[in-house]
Design a protein around this ligand. Structure first.
Ligand code: PEP
Length: 249
């Protein structure tokens, strides 16, 4: 049985007061959520604030990106070691906004994944097709290619240490959600791909869905056999919505 996990991606949102209110509410409710994992990924500036607010609860901390290098002359960047030192357990890698807006490539996603693993961080690798790619029937090959380069870099033996987030780009922040059937089909395809490399890993690897998940649609998505949790953007900024998703898991 794979334990469900719900991860909040705050993107470039939040100030200390907001973070403190949101995290206090979530931390106070953690015990009532049952046997699921929950993590929050605030912007770098709020990592310490959030770390303090969730300390002592079962909620864990993550970051939204990292640099592919060790510490050094990379002005403006944040290393895996720094994230570890800040109390992070998780790091999101290859979010579609980073791929589309900041030049993230399969090469950099793969290198970052390796760097995260070497520093004992748990990478959440985002994959997903654009609307045009889906219209052209290319969603499977796009996702396969994105996954392939990561597996080639880290080796199939390390796949057990990553979490995958399937996030169709056309569903992120748009209010459009993949239907449970569309999402399940892709999750099952991803699991098959992993299974063709390593049967046991395919059974244990958690594959999350992301793309306008909210309290009202979470139950149907999270009820699919190959959907092991959610990567939540805008709904993670509202404590009641986020907790509602967690309760559906
Ligand atoms: C995301 O950014 O990972 C995401 C899924 O965003 P939203 O939930 O807002 O679509």
């Amino acid at each position: 049985m794979r334990k469900k996990i719900i991860i909040g991606n705050w993107k470039m949102n939040g100030r200390k007061v907001m973070a403190s209110k949101l995290c206090t509410t979530i931390a106070n409710e953690m015990q009532s959520l049952g046997n699921i994992d929950v993590a929050l990924c605030p912007p770098f500036t709020l990592l310490e604030e959030v770390r303090q607010m969730i300390a002592g609860s079962a909620c864990s901390l993550g970051a939204q990106d990292l640099d592919m290098h060790d510490d050094g002359a990379y002005t403006g960047q944040v290393s895996a070691g720094m994230l570890k030192d800040s109390g992070c357990e998780w790091v999101i890698i290859g979010h579609s906004e980073r791929r589309a807006l900041f030049g993230e490539t399969s090469h950099s996603v793969s290198k970052k994944t390796k760097q995260a693993l070497e520093n004992d961080l748990k990478p959440i690798i985002c994959v997903g097709e654009t609307e045009d790619e889906r219209k052209a029937g290319q969603e499977a090959s796009v996702v396969q290619g994105q996954l392939q380069s990561v597996i080639d870099e880290i080796g199939v033996g390390s796949v057990k240490n990553i979490t995958i987030a399937y996030e169709p780009v056309w569903a992120i922040g748009t209010g459009l959600t993949a239907t449970p059937e569309q999402a399940q089909a892709m999750h099952s395809f991803i699991r098959e791909q992993l299974g063709s490399r390593h049967h046991e890993t395919a059974k244990t690897c958690r594959i999350l869905y992301g793309g306008s998940m909210k309290e009202s649609n979470a139950g149907n998505l999270l009820g699919c056999p190959d959907i092991d949790g959610g990567l939540i953007g805008s709904a993670s900024l509202n404590a009641e919505e986020f907790l509602g998703i967690c309760r559906s898991a």
